[in-house]
Design a protein around this ligand. Structure first.
Ligand SMILES: *Cc1c(COP(=O)(O)O)cnc(C)c1O
Length: 366
């Protein structure tokens, strides 16, 4: 049993608030796909998916084994696997997961598998590259793709989708509009050759915020569910879902000139008081937050991280804070705390959340 005192609380009420925030901004018939890849953006993919199960229309994960974990946890909803590999196809089908078909090799391998195993109308999702140049089929290949799929009764195109390269960036508006238009043209060409209409989707969180006119049939929301919008204004409308807590393990009184931690990186100028917290770089606390770059919160006061971040611990300056061993410490509590961490470690909120290691216990609160 993991009874580590450092805990990541996932706030169910906040998740629901964020989901409703986006629902209110979307047309009433637009479906919502909740992206729960990477353990639900570092939270707990299984608990988040269970919580959202009756509130959204679809789930997506990056890899097949992430989808399998959801199935094993009893999630029955459709699950799109964004980045399956040929060697995962059997595992994917056995778990009733739906593949994103992003290149010819995966298409051919999946069609072969579907034929051999006599699948009937198995849902697949065609992913088109419209400028991100990461994963996706090419529009020039539409005739060939369709001829291959038409020969088979074993699969059915459940959706056609693409992904924006810079939906958060207002300076890239022309590029993004162009991506959306190219995608719409791809869809039109495919629709002309089908006697049914697969679902269409291109928007991620900041796409929903900036290009709601392109919501089509469904939107794929990840970071927004977890409390981060496109900018400060948007984020302020959302609620923080990830709260990382710990406790004070030990307090030390430090004499002037004494040092704290590895490499004696902190040198005390005067009499000071430090606290040791059981969370370190192996838990996702970047070493860049050491030496007073980062802070934690005790009694609503900020306490700087002093010296080097250790693998399993940090030391903080509590000279001016009234507290005792065993007291609660927030590593981060608000979006502001998370964004501060991101800034100090030269990254984005996504990386701060997903970096929280699996050693930390997760608790869903509601
Ligand atoms: C991760 C991902 C998303 C979610 O993006 P957010 O910016 O977190 O909303 C949507 N679509 C694809 C293809 C993704 O890989």
């Amino acid at each position: 049993m993991n009874n580590h005192v450092s805990v990541l609380e996932i706030n169910g009420k906040a998740l629901e608030h964020n989901l409703n925030y986006f629902k209110e901004r979307l047309e009433s018939n637009t479906k919502i796909l909740a992206v729960v890849k990477a353990f639900g953006y570092g939270s707990d993919g299984l608990q988040v998916a269970s919580f959202l199960q009756d509130k959204v229309d679809y789930f997506a994960v990056a890899y097949t084994h992430e989808g399998e974990a959801l199935r094993n946890a009893g999630i029955e909803m459709p699950i799109l696997v964004l980045h399956p590999q040929i060697q995962n196809i059997d595992q994917l089908v056995k778990n009733r997961l739906e593949p994103s078909i992003y290149n010819f090799k995966v298409l051919a391998a999946f069609l072969d598998y579907a034929d051999e195993n006599l699948l009937m109308n198995y849902p697949i999702h065609l992913k088109f590259n419209t400028g991100l140049n990461r994963l996706g089929l090419w529009h020039n290949d539409i005739p060939l793709i369709l001829s291959k799929i038409h020969e088979s009764k074993h699969v059915k195109i459940q959706s056609i989708f693409s992904h924006l390269a810079a939906s958060e960036d207002h300076d890239e508006k022309d590029f993004t509009i162009n991506q959306i238009n190219n995608f719409a043209y791809i869809v039109k060409q495919i629709y002309e050759h089908l006697d049914y209409e697969p679902m269409i989707h291109i928007l991620n969180t900041s796409g929903v915020v900036n290009y709601p006119q392109a919501q089509f049939d469904m939107v794929r929301i990840g970071i927004g569910l977890y409390g981060f919008g496109n900018d400060e204004k948007e984020t302020s409308q959302l609620k923080n879902t990830h709260v990382l807590k710990s406790i004070i393990s030990q307090i030390h009184m430090i004499e002037p000139g004494e040092t704290v931690g590895y490499n004696r990186a902190f040198v005390s100028k005067g009499f000071s008081k430090t606290a040791t917290i059981p969370i370190g770089h192996a838990d996702g606390i970047s070493r860049k937050l050491g030496n007073e770059n980062g802070y934690v919160i005790i009694n609503n006061q900020k306490a700087s991280i002093i010296g080097n971040v250790c693998m399993d611990m940090i030391m903080i300056d509590i000279t001016k804070i009234d507290c005792k061993e065993g007291d609660e410490v927030y590593i981060f509590k608000t979006q502001e705390d998370i964004l501060h961490m991101a800034e100090k470690t030269e990254t984005i909120s996504y990386e701060i959340l997903t970096a929280i290691s699996q050693r930390i216990k997760r608790v869903l609160t509601s």
